[in-house]
Design a protein around this ligand. Structure first.
Ligand code: BG6
Length: 528
């Protein structure tokens, strides 16, 4: 696949099928230990996340026999519903969002594992009813193992934790191996700024040991994100080049075509920096840039990520405008629940520098936004240009493009490498070629959803893919100046839905002589 040489363009090539043959090392049928039977309590069980992600993930886990029965799911929410009505409410959401088709017999089995407690989170009666359900679950075989999933606005976390403890439903882990497991999953954003995140960490730590706290960031459960470490540390060809001597700059993009999907009130108090950059993108950046861990254990990996985040340069308050650009799509202010003069950014682009031996001088550009031209999450590693261009005459009028390694997180998950090769013929003409591996072609097996992996890991007690207190704290510290300046001074740049964001984001990289990967709608997609 040879692309003719183009003037300096950064347009990504259309995804093409890969020609990669995968040789699977080890026994592919070997599965990890199945978790012990557990009761999973979901606070906020009638909310969007429970319907869109949690219930479909739990359904798929059950269909794939990844859990030991009985695993029971107890929803807690305000609405008055019976167990059967709760199951009926979830069914269409699972049908819509499950990666596997919903089969009537499998659904009946799943529905039998669901039950529901109606009540306010500040009402003791809710916890009395929950305790009765948990006791019944223990008698059915969960033996007291519990996971509490806080899928509610962060403001009610302290109330829920306090009530859970008051009703003896949580207990700090002391001799953990001898007791039924008791874990809490906390949804992101973990706090809304550095101060509230620290308070939240303090509050949860007053009830539970760090080993019982699972701060979820679903990006870490994505196969392609986990593959970043395998690619880097499982191949000897990349790591020697993975530094400032060979890498010119790195772009990390999370572009969405959807808007805020009716979540106006949530988004107004969150914005793109808290929603995507503080967590998902800084986590991806730390996996791309961290040093090699001593082992793949939870703490060794989390130590290295944390260490890396500590070397990211802090923004000076006076310098935020030089490193960060904010945008808002036109029409956002007309969405339900959004202020007519809202300054909430739906797009942000930022430059981060890492003060370490490996990365000194290499800019990391992070960009995320809603209602953009293309749905793509991708890491582009741009290698340095060759020191001497020997092909000037032959490639006259065109630009020899440096190699780019693309880690495609989603969709069309895979890896591609763009490099220069000779075009067959008598002359030394050069062209850019693209080598692509897609997971779908290489492994011919479905990729499971991030929430499936993360829920299973939590039930197993494996915290590797969850965020530790120190790295959450550091990520807030890094973006705090941006939040502070942006919240104090209006100045969000409008952009057209279906575009690549505000032009000011292009200027951010152009002033360093770099370009973003172009965002382009998929061929045949409807006009925005
Ligand atoms: C969530 C954000 O964490 O991630 C959403 O709250 C966003 O606003 C979503 O749409 C994107 O997730 P994914 O897996 O579709 O990239």
């Amino acid at each position: 696949m040879t692309e003719p040489l183009q003037p300096a363009s950064n347009k990504p090539p259309a995804p093409r099928p890969s020609s990669v043959t995968a040789e699977i090392l080890g026994d592919p049928s070997m599965k990890r230990r199945r978790p012990d039977p557990t009761a999973i309590v979901i606070f906020g069980a009638t909310g969007d996340l429970a319907g869109r992600k949690l219930a479909p993930a739990l359904y798929n886990i059950m269909v794939d026999h990844a859990i030991v029965e009985p695993t029971l799911i107890i929803g807690v929410s305000r609405g008055e519903l019976s167990d059967a009505q709760f199951a009926d409410k979830l069914k269409p959401r699972v049908a819509e969002f499950s990666r596997q088709k919903v089969d009537p017999a499998a659904w009946d089995k799943f529905a039998a594992s669901l039950s529901y407690v109606a009540g306010e989170f500040d009402n003791d009666a809710t916890y009395v009813a929950l305790k009765a359900k948990l006791d019944a679950a223990a008698a059915q075989g969960t033996r007291g193992n519990r996971v509490f999933y806080l899928s509610t606005p962060p403001a009610v976390f302290p109330m829920i934790m306090q009530k859970l403890q008051h009703h003896n439903l949580i207990e700090r882990c002391v001799q953990c191996d001898e007791k039924p497991s008791c874990r809490v999953i906390v949804e992101k954003p973990f706090g809304r700024d550095l101060k509230s995140a620290r308070e939240l960490n303090e509050m949860i730590a007053s009830y539970l040991d760090e080993s019982q706290i699972y701060r979820i960031d679903h990006y870490l459960g994505k196969e392609t994100v986990q593959n970043i470490l395998v690619l880097r540390f499982g191949n000897s060809i990349f790591e020697p080049l993975w530094n400032r001597n060979h890498i010119d700059y790195v772009e990390i993009t999370a572009a969405e075509t959807i808007g805020i999907e009716g979540r106006g009130a949530f988004y107004e108090s969150t914005g793109v920096v808290r929603d995507i950059i503080q967590n998902h993108l800084l986590q991806v950046m730390s996996l791309v840039t961290m040093e090699v861990p001593a082992s793949f254990s939870a703490d060794d990996i989390r130590d290295e990520k944390s260490q890396l985040l500590r070397s990211v340069r802090n923004y000076d308050l006076n310098d935020v405008a030089n490193h960060a650009v904010r945008g808002q799509y036109r029409g956002y202010r007309q969405e339900d629940g959004v202020a007519r003069d809202s300054q909430t950014p739906t797009f942000a682009a930022m430059r981060f520098m890492i003060d370490s031996w490996r990365w000194q001088g290499v800019p990391f550009y992070l960009r995320a936004g809603k209602k953009l031209a293309e749905r793509v999450t991708e890491v582009n590693i741009h290698f340095r240009a060759v020191p001497l261009v020997l092909f000037k005459e032959e490639a006259a009028g065109s630009v020899l493009q440096p190699a780019v390694l693309t880690l495609r997180i989603q969709p069309h998950e895979g890896i591609s490498l763009r490099f220069v090769a000779k075009v067959p013929g008598e002359n030394i003409n050069v062209g850019n070629v693209l080598m692509t591996m897609t997971y779908a072609d290489a492994f011919k097996r479905p990729i499971s959803e991030a929430y499936e992996r993360l829920l299973l890991d939590c039930m197993r007690g494996d915290a590797t893919l969850f965020n530790r207190r120190d790295s959450v704290d550091r990520a807030w510290e890094l973006i705090q100046p941006v939040l502070q300046i942006w919240e104090a001074t209006p100045g969000v740049h409008p952009y057209a839905p279906g575009s690549a964001g505000p032009v000011e984001a292009d200027a951010l990289v152009a002033q360093d002589g770099r370009v973003w990967r172009e965002l382009a709608p998929a061929p045949g997609s409807p006009a925005p």
